[in-house]
Design a protein around this ligand. Structure first.
Ligand code: G6P
Length: 630
């Protein structure tokens, strides 16, 4: 949550680099934005004898910020920092937007994360005579660094690096910060729990919360580790140390991400683009792993923990949001194929519930971003209790990818739309591979079933493409449900598709703000049925599986109460359309992989209802793509 961008180098295009970078990071938060430009002596008439920092902040997105900056501002600088915010402490407003400046204007910084002990630090600063302009924890941090800077001034004047180092020793919480000062040319950055990447370009450094603003300038990136501090000196040299000032050798990684991947590619939204990418992204996930014939699946990332997985008495899967729904599908597949008991938990619950983890247990964290604070903390806690950590992660090089003992990348490519689509199907495909691999190695899958499962999974990308070829028809059906009078929706399914009922409801809620609930169809009669009337439509997922007859009965119960019904069924189903108001027909596949198909029309339905209701599907209100706070 919150995006940080900075440029420090020999070129004077810093303001453009930072504004463009902030646009790419808006998925991390977009309720306010800001930019601080440092001018060297002589670059402005009032800056003859020292640096000057000008700070521009605005409520709203990066466009609002850019429009608010007067044309007279000198748009040239080789040192600029910027921020796009997702509010934690204090409402979205210009006052609370970053960059924040310390009371005596020695420190200007941008911050991603949460300073948990900010109230304690604030009280101490108030005793020292400090006053605050904003409600944020970040302003407290800026002042705390300034306080340290002044405290050491008589012995080490102008040592911003030491001031940051000392200040951070007192900080409890998560931070990625980028700090500048008019009193020094050095730029300081540091991180703990929140991500920070430093791109090394020919003409300087592009620093950001992830690699997306960087790849335009360089593919060489250093991912700062927790409790490391980096200092850029003379706009050209970088030095990295730990909190105790011990130098560390930076590891430079090559980032394989091209610009085209992060543009909209002709679609009117990232969400629609990403929905349409799914045949390819699911293929990318299974490619190279799903072998032919009876050969073993090729999943090298798993090898280091295969013994632990195979002898696990229990597997825990932890995740948040949409990834939690992928965890539920993973549980169903692993229990069915590998016969290993699986417990699925919300990471935010797991980390605080004192779970019974035994040494040798395996904890799988599923996460698109690889940065979700709750998932990361839950995994760290599990490691302390002796668990082996396995990550199913999309963002390469992310914190959780690096934390896990082993794992699988989902290879879905960058997902910009806040509401997850292709990352979800990537996660489900990855869990399918894992379930087959475990089941086969444990001897629970005979040759015939093995071949059948592999061939069914292989057929999924083409079947997803077939569903997407009906997009216009599906959107037309969704149009029947866009009226605001439909304020509550029920999503009902059984068995393997119950997680998809939850995911369909979440998707609709997230982007259209209509209230929606996912329920096991059999549970409907124990409560939700009370909601049914002509303004509460039900979306039924009823593929042609063993539960079909039961779900049909549930559908009839809804129709008997004047409820409007939209049903997702398999091709060839003639019964459902005699009961439901609308049906969407999709191809068949193995029952356990059906979630990879049933979710596609639900994504399109949410898209259409949200769009028709005038909502921005890529940037739903109050949500953020990467939730790096608790
Ligand atoms: C946020 C996003 C969701 C996502 C969840 C978990 O709430 O808006 O789309 O499912 O975080 O994120 P992760 O990156 O861990 O999958």
């Amino acid at each position: 949550m919150c995006g940080i961008v900075g440029y420090v180098g020999s070129k004077y295009y810093g303001p453009d680099v930072v504004i463009n970078g902030l646009r790419r990071l808006e998925y991390r938060g977009y309720d306010s934005a800001g930019i601080a430009i440092r001018y060297n002596p002589g670059e402005r008439t009032d800056a003859m004898y020292g640096n000057v920092i000008e700070n521009w902040r605005e409520k709203g997105g990066v466009d609002e910020l850019y429009d608010s900056i007067p044309e007279s501002v000198i748009w040239e600088s080789n040192c600029v920092i910027g921020h796009t915010r997702w509010a934690t402490h204090g409402v979205p407003s210009r006052r609370n937007a970053h960059p924040h400046t310390s009371m005596n204007r020695t420190i200007t910084l941008v911050h991603n994360g949460i300073i948990e002990n900010y109230e304690t630090l604030r009280k101490k600063l108030i005793q020292e005579g400090y006053e605050f302009e904003s409600q944020t924890d970040t302003e407290v941090l800026a002042n705390w660094i300034e306080y340290m800077y002044n405290k050491i001034y008589s012995e080490t004047p102008g040592d911003l690096e030491l001031a940051v180092r000392l200040a951070l020793k007192d900080v409890v919480g998560a931070y990625a910060i980028l700090v500048i000062s008019p009193e020094t040319d050095n730029v300081i950055m540091a991180k703990k729990s929140s991500p920070l990447a430093i791109g090394i370009a020919d003409d300087g450094f592009v620093i950001a919360s992830d690699a997306t603003p960087i790849v335009e300038y360089t593919k060489d990136v250093i991912y700062l580790e927790d409790e490391q501090i980096a200092v850029i000196e003379n706009n050209s040299d970088i030095r990295i140390t730990d909190l105790n000032a011990v130098e560390v050798d930076p590891v430079i990684e090559r980032v394989d991400l091209d610009l085209e991947q992060i543009e909209k590619g002709g679609f009117d939204s990232f969400m629609m683009k990403e929905i349409n990418e799914q045949p390819e992204t699911i293929q990318n996930c299974i490619r190279g792993r799903l072998t032919d014939g009876l050969d073993q699946l090729m999943m090298g990332g798993i090898d280091p923990v295969m013994p632990q997985l195979l002898r696990a008495n229990k597997i825990f899967i932890i995740a948040c949001g949409t990834s939690w729904h992928a965890a539920l599908t993973g549980k169903n597949m692993i229990e069915k194929l590998a016969r290993i008991p699986v417990e699925v938990d919300y990471a935010s619950e797991f980390r605080y519930k004192d779970p019974i983890i035994k040494s040798g247990d395996v904890v799988i964290g599923i996460t698109q971003s690889g940065e979700t604070a709750d998932t990361k903390a839950a995994m760290e806690m599990a490691r302390e209790r002796g668990a082996t950590l396995f990550g199913v992660v999309n963002v390469v090089g992310s914190s959780i990818a690096r934390l896990a003992d082993a794992g699988m990348y989902t290879h879905s490519g960058i997902e910009v739309g806040v509401a997850s689509t292709k990352a979800f199907t990537g996660q489900v495909a990855a869990m399918a591979l894992l379930a087959i691999k475990l089941g086969r190695q444990l001897g629970n899958i005979n040759d015939d079933t093995y071949l059948r499962l592999k061939s069914s999974l292989k057929s999924i990308p083409a079947k997803v493409a077939k569903i997407l070829s009906q997009t216009e028809d599906i959107l037309a059906i969704a149009d029947e449900y866009t009226d605001e009078k439909y304020h509550d929706f029920l999503y009902l399914a059984r068995g393997h598709n119950f997680p998809i009922a939850l995911e369909g409801a979440l998707k609709l809620k997230e982007i259209s703000y209509a209230h929606a609930e996912g329920y096991p169809a059999g549970e409907m009669k124990h409560g939700p049925i009370a909601l049914i009337d002509e303004n509460c439509p039900s979306v039924f997922i009823l593929p042609n599986d063993k539960d079909y007859g039961k779900v049909i009965s549930n559908m009839q119960e809804v129709k008997a109460r004047s409820g409007k019904v939209l049903a997702i069924v398999n091709e060839g189903d003639e019964l459902a359309e005699t009961i439901a108001d609308h049906v969407i027909k999709i191809p068949e596949c193995e029952e356990i992989f059906m979630p990879l198909l049933t979710v596609i029309p639900l994504q399109l339905i949410s898209y259409q209802i949200a769009t028709a209701r005038g909502k921005n599907v890529d940037k739903p209100r109050n949500l953020a793509k990467s939730v790096t706070v608790e």
